[in-house]
Design a protein around this ligand. Sequence first.
Ligand code: ZN
Length: 466
Amino acid sequence: MTQPSRLDALFCERALLAEGWRSGVLLRFDGRGHVASVETGLPAAPAGVERAAGPVIPGLANLHSHAFQRAMAGLTEKAGPSEDSFWTWREVMYGFVRRIDPESLQAIAALAYGEMLEQGYTSVAEFHYLHHAPDGRPYADPAEMSKRILAAADDAGIGLTHLPVLYAQGGFGGQPPGAGQARFLNDPEGILRIMESCRAVPGDHRIGLALHSLRAVTPEAMDESLAGLAALDGTAPIHIHVAEQTAEVEGCVAWSGRRPVEWLLERGVLTPNWCLVHATHVTASEVAGMAASGAIAGLCPTTEADLGDGLFPARDFLTQGGRFGVGSDSQVIISAAEELRLLEFGQRLSERRRNWLAPGPGASTGASLYRAAAEGGARALGLSAPAPGIAAGQRADLVVLDGDAPRLYGREDDELLDSYVFATSGRAVRDVMVAARVVVRDGRHLKAAAIREGWKRAVTRLRASA
Ligand code: ZN
């Protein structure tokens, strides 16, 4: 599929810049689709410049995605024979994983990425562990599945930070992998080769590394892959699933005498390049250590709710200057606004308080969370010039809200973001631009028809092979 051409400039009657809301904003873009300059206070759009159809905000980075799981959304909500948990969900997921071929992966990912764009995400970090054929053997090109992810991101026009996942053991202390994990396994050398292959693919992709979890990598494999990554790209993002489940924390303590975040802190590896996904079960000292390290907390409230994971102590982390972003993870819900809403709602339900994550009296909760997630998410994806609003040097990843929608009409500035986060569902995003290319118009992805046809074929194949 061909890419739409880039805009040279965009005039916004009102836009959320890094320094705050401004009127009469003229954004000019360079040939790579980055913001080259920002002017404010213009009375009208200069001749020939596109005028945004509503208030303009920075797009959010979706910092945690397993695109293939989009095809399972809604299929794991039937009670099993015994008590259900993350671990019974994982068995269902392993059964599903066996049936995904490269073509299906690309079609499913293109659908998920198109939906992300329609719901306010302009880039995604793909935490990709589905490397090999169903029997565990590498494809003729070991990077085949990664390249399908790159192609899907190009089809949909979403910014991609691709994170091939190191998965090297079945559980803490060198436990052998199970059959359901055969497609995931690699050693550090294999992962670095996949990363190198992806770096050679032309396009606007960033390549980083993911360590599946401390239960799935040995300390030696972790050190070797981190050293390899440092040689390849010292600024690349490093993501890890860290403390999603209490059983995982207990397993880590039994193996090492340390909790997962505590173990990483003691090892001294955490830097602002790290993203700790699902740091759900952490003590006060782990929270303080995470915030001080500059690592981003990768929060996925809709998936964490769906899987019954637990609640991250977000207020403690934010008051210590911790940075976070949000991700759609299992894709059970794809909505930038809904992740932020559920982040705050989870805290309200547990604390029996309101506006629990606002930074202080008078601050708008939804607007504060949106700004923080825009900046934290951009950092987690390794994007340039991360800021809590639109700024020169950033990629022109922009969301135009539908200011005429009844739930947004008459709202201004931070009220508008509060209403977007807390009081809309679905139809609040009007147009979306990625690297200055329009990919969504009037709420619909421009290639939605073709992407949905590919998706239907993939679903039909998957159901036939069940
Ligand atoms: Zn995950």
